[in-house]
Design a protein. Structure first.
Length: 94
């Protein structure tokens, strides 16, 4: 049997004048999703694993990343150029 993931309990003071609508577990899921987005943004976790951790299909998680302006392609322009050139050579050879 796999051990359940450890949990982290954090107290967050709610700014005055801010109202949290909905159940606290829904808010906790939202904060966890934002944390996963940040882990992908900082390259501490890949999108595939983050999607699994969030309980979302990969395509849905990519939409979340897009909404938060997190690049979904982690490749430098020079690497992309080299890949495209190699692909072009392969296609022209066939």
């Amino acid at each position: 049997m796999v051990d359940p993931s450890p949990t982290l309990v954090v107290e967050i003071p709610v700014p005055s004048g801010v109202r949290i609508d909905g159940p606290s577990d829904e808010f906790a899921r939202h904060l966890r999703l934002l944390w996963l987005v940040d882990l992908v943004r900082t390259r501490a976790m890949g999108p595939n694993r983050a999607a699994r951790e969030a309980g979302l299909p990969l395509l849905e998680f990519y939409k979340v990343l897009q909404a938060h302006r997190v690049p979904t392609m982690d490749i430098e322009p020079e690497e992309l150029d080299a890949e495209l050139e190699m692909l072009s050579e392969l296609l022209s050879a066939s």
